[in-house]
Design a binder for this molecule. Structure first.
Ligand code: PLP
Length: 405
């Protein structure tokens, strides 16, 4: 790869014969949708993360929506909707699900070196909300690129302030962090009320499309499963119309739900990929180490992402921070030049508070950490179908482009 005839995308899936075999087995079986393969993936996710419950669904966005529904975040007596703190450097979904349930977003700034909402950023957003007379109901830390900014401290602060923690770990399945002398797996829900995973094809493992809600609380898990399928229950111990308790056909809907079911076809792929996750993580770490080494003393205008202590990230993306004014080229020019050499890059993300939908709704806001991160960030190729020589080609090509002024 790295030559003229192959394009090196910034991210891509890795599908083995075993993955294909697992999908084919489901296609030949009795169940195509939410059957034993979904239940198996849920068990495996619990086993991998140590969480008590997993509810697998058809996207990460659906999983985030289910977390908020299960947590009863929605319209409130104030008329404005429950308030949720969301870091502005994330994919649209994290903020959009708050709109979907009728809540309101307060955007938090991020650290300009790593793009993460740190505790002080969450506290600043909380104070901003308080100054407007708003009570915060939940906070949604985003484990951007695979790193997480001190989940234990954030959870302690959230608990003190009666705030729910809903982790957006779309990038971070397999990441671990150290806290209070222990090692914790993202998704274990030791320091969160909920964790969401996405299994979109560019993520660390894929179901084609898919996601999961992880949680420790039995009631939360039950509610997430209920909202996943139309709010419909067949559990006769909970029927409101008790005369139907013994009717075998009977189901009951007591709350509004959606069709967020994942198919067994997708779940079989997910479970097969999950078996390969640790191997994928090692591969990604080797590439990240290679890039990091290569960028030491590279040029003062390019800095690798700020790395946090006390964690073992399952790297999802490899962003670098480039002073585009300093190199005298725009980001679009650098991306085009790389593309012409067969290298795909991407920008993660346009800060969500800058989107017209949100400026129309909440007004224009300046979040300087996010602006500084967004001005410089560029994600280079990182995936398990590439090798060190591909990363070397990226580094060498970037060097040529940056020094050609
Ligand atoms: C940070 C983040 N949150 C949420 C999502 C939503 O996941 P999905 O695409 O599976 O709906 C994504 C996916 O791009 C993401 O990157």
């Amino acid at each position: 790869m790295g030559s003229d005839d192959k394009f090196l995308a910034y991210g891509r899936q890795n599908i083995s014969d075993a993955d294909i075999g697992a999908v084919v087995d489901v296609l030949k079986s009795d169940f195509l949708t939410t059957g034993p393969a979904v239940a198996h993936l849920e068990d495996q996710l619990c086993y991998y993360t140590g969480a008590a419950h997993a509810v697998v669904c058809n996207s990460g966005t659906a999983a985030l929506h289910l977390c908020l529904l299960a947590a009863d975040v929605g319209p409130n007596d104030d008329g404005g909707g429950d308030v949720v703190i969301v870091p502005t450097v994330t994919f649209l979904s994290t903020a959009n699900v708050v709109q979907m349930v009728g809540g309101q977003v307060v955007f938090a700034d991020v650290n300009p070196m790593d793009g993460l909402m740190h505790l002080e950023d969450a506290v600043a957003a909380f104070e901003k909300a308080k100054a407007k007379g708003l009570n915060v109901k939940a906070v949604m830390p985003v484990h951007l690129n695979g790193q997480c900014a001190d989940p234990a401290a954030l959870y302690n602060w959230a608990q003190e302030n009666k705030i729910l923690v809903i982790e957006d770990a779309a990038h971070a399945i397999g990441s671990k962090y150290l806290a209070n002398g222990g090692e914790y797996q993202i998704g274990s829900c030791h320091h969160a009320d909920f964790t969401e995973f996405s299994f979109h094809p560019v993520k660390n493992i894929t179901m084609g499309e898919g996601g999961a809600v992880m949680c420790a609380n039995d009631q939360f898990a039950k509610r997430a499963a209920l909202f996943r399928s139309h709010g419909m229950t067949r559990d006769n111990t909970n029927f409101q119309l008790v005369e139907n308790v013994d009717n075998p056909w009977y189901y009951e809907m007591q709350e509004m739900g959606w069709n967020y079911r994942a198919s067994d076809i997708q779940a079989a792929l997910g479970a097969s990929q999950l078996k390969r996750l640790d191997q994928f993580i090692q591969h990604r770490r080797r590439l990240v180490d290679f890039y990091d080494q290569s960028f030491i003393g590279f040029t003062p205008e390019l800095m690798p992402l700020g790395k946090l202590p006390n964690q073992l990230p399952a790297w999802h993306l490899y962003p670098v921070l480039i002073d585009f004014d300093g190199i005298g080229q725009s980001r679009a020019q650098v991306m085009d030049a790389l593309r012409n050499k067969g290298i795909g890059t991407q920008v993660h993300y346009i800060p969500v508070h800058q989107q017209p939908f949100y400026t129309d709704k909440y007004g224009v806001e300046i979040l300087p950490g996010a602006d500084a991160y967004y001005d410089r960030v560029l994600s280079l190729p990182l995936h398990t179908m590439m090798q060190e020589e591909d990363a070397a080609f990226v580094v060498q090509t970037l060097r040529q482009i940056i020094t050609q002024k």
